[in-house]
Design a protein around this ligand. Structure first.
Ligand SMILES: *[C@@H]1O[C@H](CO)[C@@H](O)[C@H](O)[C@H]1NC(C)=O
Length: 389
């Protein structure tokens, strides 16, 4: 008896489902006969259709400084109400998958005005969802990868922050037809484990805007990502090596003033190493005309190394310079014992060198050069870290 009842019930339910399916296709076909795809949903009521937008940031590519762009992979979700699609049904909603049917339904022509390149993923099937609720609400979601232009400032590079945005607007529907607004609840949805190469995401800001073009006024949306560059890489690859190079150039002050090959090699090698490092850094940046924080750093390090080389030139020159003083001069420097009591004495003159002064310069340089570099470091880090923090 019970089994019979279940069978009958099952048959009834199956029948109802098939009726629903039939009515779904029938309904959609009937609806699409009279549906005008070119007409925005609320045109007859004389008001714009409100498009609620939400973005789920699937992944955030790295910012490309050389091209001034960045890439994101987003689920762009748009929802609106279309009174023509109100549908008396037991089914809560229906998803439209057939491309022919999809083409017959009105959709906003949303685009990204700062887009450089982008695509809707097609593998294995187009990553598009079009869902109609029986209330006439529509959800249109798609997965796209966007490469967006972003104006970057490098004055504080590599201790910089960048603000990059996504500009959403409609291409053909003016603001009397379509109005965009961010979804009230979580307009930008970020996964908890969102990782951005080389950057930390400090914050996200959304706003509404209107673009006034020659073709009319267009409603638009903006979202800005506030990103701060991570510094581990640059500290390890730039700052620490250059500090070491500058320190190595000071070794010269401990060498003999006559050690020409040694001291010249030291100076020139450190200078060349710095140049190589600097060109490596330059390669990853656009050729901007202003001074960057890294330029200040590398420039100062080069001046330090260059000064050490100049110091050696002076020391070496002084050390070997022979001065002939007349006896009549008002001061007398005692002769060093190494100097032979020779013809100079005989002719009434003294042969002197500035060897002592040269050594004195070297001794003072051992102190002054590190001190100057330390003070420079203090000023540099205070100045740029204050802006960075
Ligand atoms: C666009 O907006 C401006 C200012 O809101 C207004 O003066 C102008 O008439 C609008 N243009 C069109 C074509 O609606």
């Amino acid at each position: 008896m019970g089994l019979m009842l279940m069978l009958v019930l099952g048959a009834i339910l199956t029948a109802r489902d098939s009726v629903n399916c039939a009515s779904q296709t029938q309904f959609l076909n009937e609806l699409l006969d009279t549906y005008d795809v070119n007409e925005s949903p609320h045109l007859r009521e004389g008001r714009p259709t409100i498009i609620n937008v939400q973005m789920f940031i699937n992944s955030f590519g790295s910012l490309n400084a050389a091209n001034m762009d960045f890439s994101i992979d987003v689920f762009l979700r748009q929802s609106w109400h279309d009174p023509r699609l109100v549908w008396p049904s037991v089914r809560e909603r229906v998803a439209i998958t057939s491309p022919e049917m999809l083409a017959k339904l009105w959709k906003p022509d949303t685009y990204f005005s700062n887009l450089k390149d982008g695509e809707i993923h097609q593998v294995p099937t187009p990553n598009v969802l079009f869902r109609i609720y029986k209330t006439g609400d529509v959800l249109y979601s798609m997965r796209t990868t966007l490469s967006l232009s972003c104006h970057m400032e490098f004055e504080e590079y590599p201790l910089d922050s960048q603000v990059c945005g996504v500009h959403v607007t409609s291409y053909a529907n003016t603001d009397d037809l379509v109005k965009y607004q961010w979804l009230q609840d979580r307009p930008i949805d970020l996964p908890e484990s969102l990782e951005i190469a080389q950057f930390d995401l400090l914050g996200v800001a959304t706003s509404n805007t209107t673009y006034a073009y020659a073709t009319g006024n267009f409603s638009g949306l903006l979202v800005y990502f506030n990103l701060r560059r991570q510094n581990g890489y640059h500290v390890l690859q730039t700052y620490v090596p250059t500090i070491l190079i500058v320190s190595i150039s000071w070794v010269s002050f401990w060498l003999d003033p006559n050690a020409v090959p040694g001291r010249i090699t030291l100076g020139v090698t450190t200078l060349l190493t710095l140049t190589t490092l600097a060109s490596g850094i330059r390669a990853s940046l656009p050729p901007v005309s202003y001074v960057k924080a890294i330029d200040v750093w590398i420039g100062s390090c080069m001046i330090m190394v260059f000064s050490a080389l100049v110091e050696f030139t002076i020391v070496n020159w002084l050390f070997n310079k022979k001065v002939i003083h007349r006896r009549q001069t008002f001061f007398k420097i005692p002769k060093s014992p190494s100097q032979p009591p020779d013809d100079a004495q005989a002719s009434g003159d003294q042969v002197l060198t500035y060897a002592h002064q040269a050594q004195l310069i070297d001794r003072w340089s051992r102190l002054i050069f590190p001190a100057v570099f330390f003070i420079f470091n203090l000023a540099y880090w205070l100045c740029y870290l204050a802006a960075y923090m």
